[in-house]
Write a new protein. Structure first.
Length: 218
């Protein structure tokens, strides 16, 4: 083959590679969405049957936020906050199956007392009185930007008192010409009225998640 023919073959293979990469990305998105729907259906069925052990199991397995109504039902059934899910992968659900705008409890932070809070430009680490640390962050990927846009209130004022308010709400828009945009608000408050609102902003080309993650890291 001549140099020109080899170059043409390389261009052809590169186009095919790009097409396959796009198809794989779409399949991964469809798989993730189907897994999310399955998790929502299993949780709804377990709640209807009042099988609270199964409810907790599915929340942990699928990494969902716990909505306020389910959180209250668990508490009424005798479960403590420590038994609520301690980790999620950024997906949240409510009674309608995950519509944005629904307020959700943050079980990793609710009812806990903080002994220290550390903040950088792209993460906040809360140290709880039980010795465990909780990181609020976003694992950055290409073609996206997720960051702390503003904090209203004094984070240090949250130290030393239990969180009687620990909730979040997220708003999403896909009307942007470059992709999608999301604002996530975290509202934390103590029993003496100290309230802090943390506002995260995220944007991507539409193929990458802009959810904020709250993880118990140790």
């Amino acid at each position: 083959m001549s140099i020109v023919e080899i170059q043409m073959e390389m261009e052809k293979l590169e186009k095919e590679r790009q097409q396959l990469t796009g198809q794989l990305s779409m399949l991964n998105m469809r798989l993730k969405e189907t897994q999310r729907k399955l998790g929502i259906a299993l949780i709804a069925d377990a709640v209807e049957k009042q099988n609270w052990d199964a409810v907790l199991h599915y929340y942990r397995t699928y990494g969902f936020y716990m909505d306020i109504d389910t959180f209250t039902k668990l508490a009424d059934a005798g479960y403590t906050i420590a038994e609520a899910p301690l980790k999620y992968d950024g997906i949240k659900i409510d009674g309608d199956g995950g519509e944005d705008g629904a307020r959700c409890v943050i079980p990793q932070l609710a009812k806990f007392t903080f002994t220290a809070i550390q903040r950088t430009d792209d993460e906040i680490i809360f140290t709880r009185s039980d010795g465990r640390r909780v990181k609020m962050w976003h694992p950055q990927d290409c073609c996206e930007d997720v960051y702390i846009e503003s904090i209203v209130g004094d984070l240090d004022a949250l130290i030393g008192k239990p969180m009687v308010i620990a909730e979040t709400v997220s708003n999403y828009s896909d009307d942007q010409p470059y992709g999608d945009e999301r604002w996530t608000f975290y509202r934390l408050g103590t029993d003496i009225g100290n309230i802090v609102t943390i506002r995260w902003h995220g944007e991507s080309n539409g193929y990458y998640s802009t959810y904020v993650t709250v993880d118990v890291i140790e």
